[in-house]
Design a protein around this ligand. Structure first.
Ligand code: SF4
Length: 225
């Protein structure tokens, strides 16, 4: 198990390493609280945390083709773990197999009506994070969102988390298309400007940009303030 870093002494408050350690301590505390709530929330619904995550994922992908491989990729779990979880959810009558719309030989997974109900309840366990985010004002939320996007991209590039369907790697993302505006970016899909606070991390309309374009747009995004 990851051990929390040693707390720095007050004398080290200006030290860069101490600041980084404090950030890591904060992230670990939030991660710990999140895991605890996920266990509590799942237990109350008779689900393991992974089962709860699969239900919520299927809810967010309603109307889209979803196979076991998609679930393993999105949740960063192994294919056997995804298969075992799906088998349990099938046995509970929360998920069903249907013929894939795009390939009659393939099988898609989708929620049953009771699975949909439970998925909506499982979503509720993260409400405590919503309350914490609501304590930030708009400017703080924008800085936080931008920081999260940068951290997620760095982790994606190192293969530490699955690729997110987020704005900076989307072909519709035009960073800093409206410089000096509170909404400097532009989404070409909906043809509308937006700011850092509205950056999407899991957008249903996302389409990946080529690696070259994504890199170019990322440089423009990071340069924009
Ligand atoms: S389509 Fe979605 S991910 Fe792409 S730029 Fe627009 S809001 Fe962002």
């Amino acid at each position: 198990m990851t051990q929390p870093p040693e707390p720095p002494s007050a004398a080290a408050l200006d030290d860069d390493d101490a600041v980084r350690q404090q950030l890591i301590t904060g992230l670990l505390k939030i991660g710990l609280a999140t895991r605890h709530r996920a266990w509590q929330g799942g237990e109350a619904l008779g689900l393991s945390p992974t089962q709860g995550q699969v239900l919520v994922l299927l809810l967010s992908r309603s109307g889209k083709s979803t196979r076991i491989g998609d679930i393993a990729t999105e949740l960063a779990v192994s294919q056997p773990t995804a298969s075992v979880t799906i088998r349990a959810l099938l046995a509970k009558g929360l998920v069903e197999r249907v013929t894939a719309v795009d390939d009659k030989r393939a099988v898609d997974l989708r929620l049953t009506p009771s699975g949909r109900d439970l998925a909506r309840q499982a979503l509720g366990w993260s409400d405590f994070l919503l309350t914490a985010v609501d304590d930030l004002d708009g400017a703080e939320q924008a800085v936080f969102q931008r920081s999260i996007v940068k951290m997620i991209r760095a982790m994606q590039l190192r293969g530490e988390i699955p690729v997110s369907r987020m704005c900076p790697t989307c072909r519709f993302f035009l960073p800093n298309a409206h410089p000096h505006s509170p909404q400097p970016h532009h989404c070409a899909f909906v043809d509308a400007p937006f700011g850092d606070r509205q950056l999407r991390l899991d957008c249903a309309d996302f389409q990946p940009a080529s690696a070259e374009i994504a890199e170019d747009r990322w440089v423009q995004f990071v340069a924009a303030r």
